[in-house]
Design a protein around this ligand. Structure first.
Ligand code: GLU
Length: 509
């Protein structure tokens, strides 16, 4: 087989959907696995849908997730330019080639004429109008007009589009690597516009020309492009490139969490979870991204890999490198992949737990800083280590760990009312005094002192620990109580105990 070359070809029309990132990932994995090349191509020929900033968003998403292209805009490569808007002359040349060969034709029909024609069909109760072999003879195009008439219109600068001349009666077979043999009849394909009136190619023409010129061997893309593949094959045929046409693999759709219908950007907003890699703001709307929601790139990638693929074993945790090893186009599912956000959270938790405390601490420190609560590296490392088994995403370190660095009062008042017995206060004052003598202030020594105190006073863990926790952290939940006290520090613990006893006294009244 020729050297594998695959491409990820997003259109910069807005935020890259998480399904798009999955497409990029599968292309990347396949390229790496086969020692091939992963190309990034920006398909920006649709000026109406072009959104400024979208290309940067795509690049940043790939960068964040570690899915690095080998060739692409700004990266170089022998097949550039990699931005379609910079390849106009190429498309013009290839369009001319099709025109010369009789595989394409000029069509001068105005929007109004096309609309009128659609209305006519509707009024006659027919299915919607299609520009194809059956109807084109009734339209204004170079197949109907004489050569002279066509030239005159062109010379006069009359706006036109170029359409593919699709002849009926042809069979198109696509050997899809995921779906097997997919057959189309050419009657199902209309005479699609290849070159628009603005002189820019449509997606179909540019995509096929570029896949050919960039020597793409495998087209791995979303299932929504499967119907277009018939047209693409006809285009390869018209160009005489069918023999060297790439192989196709169409990836299953991402479905809503309940499995009913395609996952949409609205689902993310309605159900409160991200369906984009990074936050994207346009106007007063912000779509939330995995990065800002506190997901680690490695966890996100691991989660995405399993949306439509599985290794055929029980193993669920895969680094990017392990995914490269295990990945196989043959193990991609045909049926849609249900988007299970809980699974994403589970993955993230596994990666948090496995992370080194110090490195995770950097991220935890960042989260606190983002909340205008700068903390020391040491504090960040401690919080990372103590909380990582209890959280699923990075912001939760702050939500659950704020008490480590500042007084939060009693957050669980109900529990405080239940556990605090005002008549026991002298005993807890005594415990505080004992704790004041602990040296060095380490969790084992704090525990030793507390346990000795409990024994001497005939008290159980259930009577003492909740009080310590409530006074120091505001809640009875959390990691090991003695570890919390150590992390909070001796002086601060003693201060919080006094303050906490007062607060709990007050809650009783
Ligand atoms: N530009 C298309 C998209 O945005 C690419 C489809 C393809 O990979 O052929 O999805």
């Amino acid at each position: 087989m020729a050297d594998v070359r695959v491409r990820f070809a997003p259109s910069p029309t807005g935020a890259l959907h998480i399904g798009g990132l999955r497409t990029a990932l599968y292309n990347y994995l396949f390229a790496r696995k086969s020692g091939g090349t992963f190309v990034l191509r920006i398909e920006d020929t649709d000026q109406k849908r072009f959104v400024p900033g979208a290309e940067d968003y795509i690049l940043e998403s790939l960068e964040w997730s570690g899915i690095r292209p080998d060739e692409g805009p700004g990266l170089g490569g022998d097949f550039g330019p990699y931005r379609q808007s910079e390849r106009r002359e190429i498309y013009a040349r290839y369009t001319q080639h099709l025109l010369d060969g009789g595989h394409a034709y000029y069509a001068f029909d105005t929007e109004e004429e096309l609309d009128a024609r659609r209305e006519e069909e509707k009024a006659a109760g027919n299915h919607s109008f299609r520009y194809d072999a059956a109807t084109r003879t009734g339209m204004r195009n170079s197949l109907v007009l004489t050569r002279e008439e066509t030239d005159a219109l062109l010379d006069a600068g009359t706006p036109y589009v170029v359409r593919l001349r699709v002849e009926p009666g042809q069979m198109v077979h696509v050997q899809d690597l995921v779906r097997g043999d997919v057959a189309f009849r050419s009657e199902e394909v209309d005479d699609k516009v290849l070159m628009k009136a603005d002189g820019l190619p449509t997606y179909h023409l540019a995509n096929v020309v570029d896949d050919h010129l960039m020597e793409i061997t495998h087209v791995i893309r979303g299932e929504e492009w499967l119907p277009s593949t018939a047209l693409h094959v006809l285009l390869y045929r018209a160009f005489g490139w069918e023999k060297s046409m790439p192989a196709f693999a169409h990836l299953p759709l991402l479905l809503k969490p309940n499995g009913k219908g395609k996952l949409s950007k609205r689902d993310g907003q309605q159900l409160g979870f991200p369906v984009f890699p990074l936050d994207w703001t346009s106007g007063d709307e912000t779509l939330s991204g995995f990065r800002e929601a506190g997901f680690l790139p490695a966890a996100t990638v691991n989660f995405l890999a399993f949306l439509g693929w599985n290794p055929g074993t029980e193993q669920e945790m895969f680094t990017l490198r392990e995914l490269v090893e295990a990945f196989d186009l043959e193990r991609i599912n045909k049926s849609g992949a249900q988007y299970d956000f809980e699974k994403a959270r589970w993955y993230n938790q596994q990666y948090l737990i496995a992370a080194d405390d110090e490195r995770l601490g950097d991220r935890v420190g960042q989260v606190f800083a983002d909340h205008h609560h700068p903390i020391s590296t040491e504090q960040a490392t401690t919080i990372a280590g103590l909380l990582k088994e209890r959280v699923h995403t990075l912001p939760e370190f702050y939500e659950q760990g704020l008490y480590f660095v500042t007084r939060v009062g009693i957050t669980d008042e109900k529990m405080a009312r239940k556990k605090w017995k005002p008549d026991q206060r002298p005993r807890f004052e005594a415990l505080r005094k004992e704790l004041a003598g602990v040296d060095p202030w380490t969790a084992p020594r704090i525990k030793e002192t507390t346990v000795a105190f409990m024994k001497a006073n005939d008290l159980g863990f259930g009577q003492v620990l909740p009080i310590l926790r409530l006074a120091v952290s505001g809640t009875v939940n959390g990691p090991d109580a003695f570890a919390i006290l150590e992390a909070v520090g001796q002086e601060e613990t003693l201060a919080r105990l006094s303050e906490g006893y007062n607060l709990m006294d007050r809650l009783q009244s």
